[in-house]
Structures are given as structure tokens and as C-alpha cells.
Design a binder for this molecule. Sequence first.
Ligand SMILES: [Zn+2]
Length: 85
Amino acid sequence: MSILAKVMADLELFKDLEIFECPLCGGAGGIEVENDWCVYVSCADCGGHTSEVPFNSPDEKYAAAKKAVENWNLGKVISLGTGAN
Ligand SMILES: [Zn+2]
């Protein structure tokens, strides 16, 4: 599968997940899939991100993304800035 096809498949998979605005800066959060082993949510504006949620199979990818989005929506976001969370 091409990278673009993978991204499109992920977008389709995650389309039901509601991602709040960045708790740090109010920017847009997006789901990132890292080499088919973990998922996290990161901010395009400030680079803040959740911890990585690993998954072991494609079937677990949605659940991992859901968990990452929950963390994000609860404000469990790591700042790249001062290191003060
Ligand atoms: Zn942000």
C-alpha cells in the first residue's frame, strides 16, 4: 500500500473520533500514526502531543487512536516548550 493510501485509510478509520482544540494553544490537533506501531495526537501549531499509545495489529489501531484522542481531550498533552506540563 502506498503511503498516501495508508494515510487515506487512516483518515477513514479515524473519522468518527472527535478531537478537541489543543489544550495548550487552541490549535488544531491531528492523529499521527508512527510506523504502524503507535498512535498519538499532536498539535500542528505548538507541537504539543500526547504520549504514544502502542498497538500490535491493525485491529487495535482504532482503539489506540481512541485512547490517544481521549488523553488529548482530557488535556494530557506534553508541551515541547518549557517542559512544564
Ligand atoms: Zn498547540
